[in-house]
Design a protein around this ligand. Sequence first.
Ligand SMILES: [Zn+2]
Ligand SMILES: [Zn+2]
Length: 251
Amino acid sequence: MRGEGGVSLFLKCISSGSKGNAYVLQGKDEILLLECGKPFIEVKKAIDWQILKIKGCLLTHGHLDHSKNTKDFLKAGIPVFTNEETKQTIGDIPGAQFYSVSEFKAVQIGGFKCIPFYVPHNGTPCYAWLIEHLEMGRLLFATDFEYIPYNFQKQQIQHFLIEANYQEQFIDKDIPNYEHKLLGHASFETCIGAIKANQSPNLRSVIMCHLGAGSSAGNYFINEMQKVTGRNINVDCAAPGLIVEVNKEPF
Ligand SMILES: [Zn+2]
Ligand SMILES: [Zn+2]
């Protein structure tokens, strides 16, 4: 908790990975949702039913583990923001607040300034989002990508919510079609490379997400990532129930 006059923002993970993706950025008076991959009821529980505080939801792409419940979110009156291709794939609902945002165009959602850009995802149009908030600083949310095509070192990013899908030694090669499942996804090495390329003195936290199903890699990932970031950076893996304070300043 923050001290006098300070306001805390929290990143909550409802679910991460191929079984469904849903995250919450929660401040005192406003909430930004990330992804529609879990039923809205689970979001409501995660935010303690403070539905009126929800300002909107960012959606990366149309794969069902991210977008399955989009129409239910829209029907609940939640504004959803994504790229045009994803909007068309899902289909609009009359009267719903379903918005396509142009690449690099900033959209203001409550106190959150959100800028999308495309990341390569094996041919599926997929947005990553740079999210800015007065108390949080900058958070880069990138999932389901082969690599990040831009460098953000100048932007001095405080927080990363970033895919670390697999690593060679943890791949279960008995799973049929396992090579296909890795296409378009960030390996742990790719994730490490992205953190190194974008590291700045402002870095506060690295939350790795979308870990491959059945992967026992979490602890290994955390230890190895911590070697890159140093010990005073908060490194974790997104799992249901994870709550991380994401503030601009360390204290
Ligand atoms: Zn996915
Ligand atoms: Zn995907």
